[in-house]
Design a protein around this ligand. Structure first.
Ligand SMILES: Nc1ncnc2c1ncn2[C@@H]1O[C@H](COP(=O)(O)OP(=O)(O)OP(=O)(O)O)[C@@H](O)[C@H]1O
Ligand SMILES: [Mg+2]
Length: 112
């Protein structure tokens, strides 16, 4: 199993969720996070001059899926979350050792 952690613009959450549902992925966890990429946040012009916001609000979506579904899901997330500009986001993928459905005790991919 693989865990996909996708960080992207907040306004893209519905598009990403809907696109994943179309290919059959329902279970996921989302949270509002604060982040920064290579641009180090953003420079804003205010009345008292320029100031920096070091962290910008983003959505983080976490999803554990079968190995064989991972590439397709990553492609779908990229497509749905992309505007083509800086700050569109990033995806991290890692191995998951085990999953358990608490209600039934099912383990592994059956628990997803
Ligand atoms: N190396 C990283 N580790 C953990 N989180 C990261 C990392 N890089 C980016 N993020 C997260 O992803 C969010 C979006 O990053 P962002 O898309 O700005 O990446 P970037 O590398 O600056 O690319 P771009 O130049 O397209 O903006 C960040 O706000 C942060 O939450
Ligand atoms: Mg950036």
């Amino acid at each position: 199993m693989k865990k996909i952690e996708a960080i992207f613009k907040c306004e893209k959450l519905n598009d990403v969720k809907d696109a994943l549902e179309v290919i059959g992925h329902i279970g996921m966890t989302v949270s509002e996070v604060q982040g920064r990429g290579v641009q180090r946040g953003i420079a804003l012009k205010g009345r008292v001059g320029e100031y920096r916001v070091d962290f910008l609000p983003k959505m983080k979506l976490e999803m554990v899926i079968r190995d064989e579904d991972c590439d397709e899901a990553v492609d779908i997330i990229c497509e749905a979350a992309r505007n083509g500009g800086i700050g569109d986001g990033k995806i991290f993928i890692s191995e998951v050792a085990e999953a358990v459905r608490i209600r039934t005790g099912e383990k592994g991919p059956d628990a997803l």
